[in-house]
Design a protein around this ligand. Structure first.
Ligand code: TRP
Length: 432
């Protein structure tokens, strides 16, 4: 069974709050437990540099976010959990993508355009205070995603355009250099409406209306007590519609619990009492995580080891993939250049099909890469002609032929379908 690859990044600029937990951490941790999913989660600290110029804050935030995800149940053995800046292949890929991305596309990025519009409105130079980092943000994000050929990228609605751009970059690169990248799809968590903050607007650090996920108990109680309500008195029926308190409760409570609070609202529960109820419900889910969080955060060196192990795992994919991409764009070993043009020399580095006869008299083939690694093993064929015809189709039609062979082959250990498509493309390119 081939697994769906999920990937998402968390910019390391702040301390996780309840909105992050409900909208991103909790659904991601749950998804990571599915057997049909392979998850990649990373700390987007290169992205953080675009927004924050305080080194200590970057470091602190990276630590807090890592600890939060682990405390919330992310299992670093099961998923690939890493820090972006530990993967040097990502900035390298960023450059490759930069070279196939139209500048005009980046001009239209929402964040960049907003900055330009603000400057224009203020009568300033259009690019005043705009760094090239802000401008290039979508390309770095594209590299994050394409580096691991993610199929699905769960993000907030504000990131949809970035995903479209990543698809664009993938297509441009594939068009020029052969099919190397999967086109990623955006996943928006429709079921979790954005959590309101204590003032009723969307919970966000920039509105200063957020409740830190791991506030100590007394502070959590105090912050919940500060959530805006109307001035209805105890005994007066209350509206759940538009009640931030109710919505926050709903994000944590079961359906029955939610129905009970709905009824209590109608029955005129006092705001103070409702807040106490909400506090206790949230704290019930948070307390065990908070205990793990406090233990983790008091041992930063252990967290460092966890993310470094994640980087090793991530690089076991990124390093060979990047080598392939370097070759594809022409950054190649000069020693492999032949005098008579590059064809012959390239041949030495090409994957090969090997057809053979099984002990039981049937026929099969495998595809191995230039280093001898098994990429694909076919099922058996009655005659060598059938096996040969299938090889021929794979050579001629590449990924399209592969798609028709579902269930008729197995992939080598640690090989993903993308590796096979890339190898077929390499063969097609060499034959062209
Ligand atoms: N830009 C994303 C955000 O602000 C964070 C991010 C960086 C990301 N790289 C990514 C998300 C790659 C998904 C995939 O939320």
């Amino acid at each position: 069974m081939s697994k769906t690859r999920f990937l998402t990044g968390i910019t390391t600029t702040g301390t996780p709050h309840l909105g992050n937990y409900v909208g991103s951490i909790r659904p991601s941790v749950r998804a990571s437990l599915r057997d049909d999913v392979e998850s990649f989660y990373f700390l987007a600290d290169y992205h953080a540099l675009i927004k924050v110029e305080e080194p200590a804050r970057i470091q602190r935030s990276t630590l807090e976010i890592a600890a939060s995800w682990l405390a919330a149940g992310l299992d670093p053995e099961r998923v690939t959990f890493y820090r972006q800046s530990d993967i040097p292949e990502i900035p390298e890929l960023t450059w490759f993508l930069t070279c196939v991305t139209g500048k005009g596309i980046l001009n239209r990025a929402h964040a960049y355009k907003a900055a330009v519009d603000k400057n224009t409105a203020a009568g300033a130079d259009t690019d005043a205070d705009v760094t090239a980092g802000l401008f290039m943000y979508p390309v770095l994000m594209g590299a994050d995603i394409l580096m691991f050929n993610a199929h699905k990228v769960p993000v907030g609605r504000d990131q949809v355009q970035h995903l479209e751009m990543a698809r664009d970059m993938a297509s441009s690169f594939n068009y020029r250099y052969g099919t190397h990248f999967t086109l990623p799809e955006v996943v928006i968590e429709e079921s979790v409406a954005t959590l309101p903050g204590v003032d009723g607007r969307k919970m966000s650090k920039s509105y200063d209306n957020h409740i830190p996920l791991f506030s100590p108990r007394p502070q959590l109680r105090k912050l919940i007590a500060g959530i805006v309500t109307d001035s209805r008195l105890p005994g007066e029926p209350k509206e759940v519609e538009g009640s931030a308190l109710f919505q926050i409760y709903q994000a944590f409570a079961s359906e029955e619990e939610t129905a009970t609070l709905r009824k209590a609202y109608a029955d005129g529960i006092a705001w103070g009492e409702a807040k106490e109820l909400v506090f206790e419900r949230l704290d019930r889910e948070i307390t065990p995580m908070r205990e793990r969080y406090d233990a983790l955060i008091s041992d930063p060196a252990a967290i460092e080891q966890i993310v470094l192990r994640g980087a090793t795992k991530a690089r076991s994919i990124a390093t060979p993939f990047m080598a392939k991409l370097r070759h594809a764009v022409g950054l190649r070993n000069l020693g492999s250049t032949s005098q008579a043009g590059s064809k012959k020399a390239d041949k030495a580095a090409l994957p090969v099909f090997k057809q053979y006869r099984e002990a039981d008299g049937t026929f099969a083939f495998k595809l191995v890469d230039a280093g001898g690694r098994l990429l694909l093993q076919s099922h058996t064929f009655a005659s060598p002609k059938d096996a040969g015809a299938t090889i021929g189709r794979l050579q001629k039609e590449g990924a399209a032929a592969l798609a028709t062979l579902d269930g008729q082959y197995t992939l080598g250990e640690g090989v993903v379908r993308q590796d096979v498509t890339a190898a077929l493309q390499q063969l097609a390119d060499a034959a062209a």
